[in-house]
Design a protein around this ligand. Structure first.
Ligand code: UDP
Length: 416
């Protein structure tokens, strides 16, 4: 298909070349050479939501960048009723260590809905990449002619053993498993690769904004700017510890006055979000703003204007919101969990905390010291730019896809 025909004048794909000022011409050349070897390979990603959460954020940029580099890459989303997503959210929680009551009835709903999706998907791609537990069993329903990769984004440091033993037979069928960190590795036979996510610096969430554009977004939501802003951006989810952020803020205000903004969205595959949102909303007041909206420009504006961004997660697969704030040069106080520990070097480009009190103490320290905010912010920007831009993620995927090359050659689809 030629999507350039009839393209609206405002629509233009970001290309790898656009990253040259950020990553250098040699890196651009290297990535494009790797992409050229895999040209015309038909790849598909499958997950369970088009928006809300890091996976959707990554796929919306990665799939377009791959297409722009000549690798036709699709993105499919599985469908399910609320009972399906209620079960898969419990699985998500249990993979991060929570208890689960996995009855036979729940297993049937899960497996049946995935089967129905398998029927509708019509997959005939050269490579299939399945994200997270929701669509995991899809693989059972295909006579596998091409490599399948399971990409799990959650914090697998302590998965619930009962759930893992139920899911493991599905995982075993895959040709490779991609996890965010080495410490999430499991005892399974498919090869495991570790790839950390990344951000698109040109997206609505991350692109440069003028002061006027930032003011406009904040005014639109009546967010007061008379006092320093402390911001947490995240789905309304207990693992993100919004309650802990409010408690830390109450301690902070005894020393320094400020405004707390908690902004979140509710992903379509996350039925618990509404409940968490309501419990947090009850604590809203003049200086504690709680917003449930899907507005990437607001996220961008808040991460830029904040004096401190907080991401006080208890478990965190990676934590794109941390990268986003660091890229904007804003100091982050992050929970000492999962991927946040790999992004923040404590005391150098941000702060890592384990308790409400520690979070409060670091926030106060940053609020009182503009020089410290500048130093930490500058280091944060530098490390996010060096390690977490989308081109690095694309290159990691190209290397992984390239490792299947003998298989593609064998089929006579690529190369030759
Ligand atoms: N996000 C957003 N609006 C919100 C909350 C989150 O656009 O109200 C985006 C956020 O900017 C980030 C992603 O959703 O890109 C969240 O990814 P992260 O890895 O931090 O957490 P996840 O939700 O995947 O657990």
């Amino acid at each position: 298909m030629d999507v350039s025909t009839g393209t609206p004048p405002t629509a233009r794909l970001t290309t790898v070349e656009d990253y040259a000022p950020l990553i250098g011409a040699r890196a651009v050349e290297r990535i494009l050479a790797k992409a050229a070897r895999l040209r015309d390979l038909h790849v598909v990603h499958i997950n369970s939501t088009y928006y809300g959460g890091g996976v959707a954020e990554i796929l919306s940029s990665l799939t377009l960048l791959m297409n722009a580099a000549g690798i036709p890459t699709g993105w499919r989303v599985i469908q399910g009723r609320p009972d399906f997503f209620s079960i898969t959210k419990k699985m998500h929680n249990a993979l991060q260590g929570a208890e689960i009551n996995l009855t036979e009835q729940k297993q049937h709903i899960y497996e049946d809905v995935v089967f129905e999706n398998a029927v509708r998907l019509h997959l005939g791609h050269d490579l299939v990449i399945v994200h997270d537990p929701q669509p995991l069993p899809l693989i059972r329903h295909f006579r596998k002619k091409s490599p399948w990769v399971w990409r799990c984004h959650v914090d697998l440091s302590k998965p619930n053993p009962a759930l893992w033993s139920y899911l493991a037979p599905f995982v075993e069928r895959y040709d490779a498993v991609v996890l965010s960190l080495p410490e999430y590795a499991q005892k399974i036979s498919p090869p495991q690769r570790f790839i950390m996510p990344a951000i698109n610096p040109f997206s609505t969430t991350n692109k440069e904004l003028s002061e006027a554009e930032i003011n406009d977004r904040l005014e639109h939501y009546a967010i007061p700017t008379d006092l320093p802003l402390i911001v947490q951006v995240s789905r309304f989810d207990h693992w993100k510890d919004p309650q802990g952020v409010i408690e830390a803020f109450r301690i902070v205000r005894k020393e320094v006055d400020a405004t707390l903004v908690l902004v979140g969205n509710v992903a379509t595959d996350d039925p618990e979000g509404q409940e968490v949102f309501q419990s947090i909303c009850q604590q809203a007041e003049e200086r504690i703003r709680v917003l449930s909206v899907q507005d990437s420009a607001l996220v961008n504006a808040l991460q830029r204007r904040a004096a401190v961004v907080v991401q006080k997660s208890i478990r965190e697969g990676f934590g794109l919101t941390v990268t986003e704030a660091m890229w904007k040069g804003t100091p982050v106080v992050g929970g000492k969990a999962g991927g946040i520990r790999h992004q923040i070097e404590d005391g150098s480009n941000g702060f890592l905390v384990e308790t409400v009190e520690q979070a409060a103490q670091r926030i106060v320290q940053l609020l009182k010291d503009p020089g410290l905010r500048r130093r930490i912010g500058a280091k944060a920007r530098e490390s996010a730019g060096a390690r977490f831009l989308m081109t690095r993620l694309m290159e990691d995927w190209l290397d992984l896809i390239g490792s299947f090359e003998p298989h593609f050659r064998l089929r006579g689809d690529v190369g030759a």
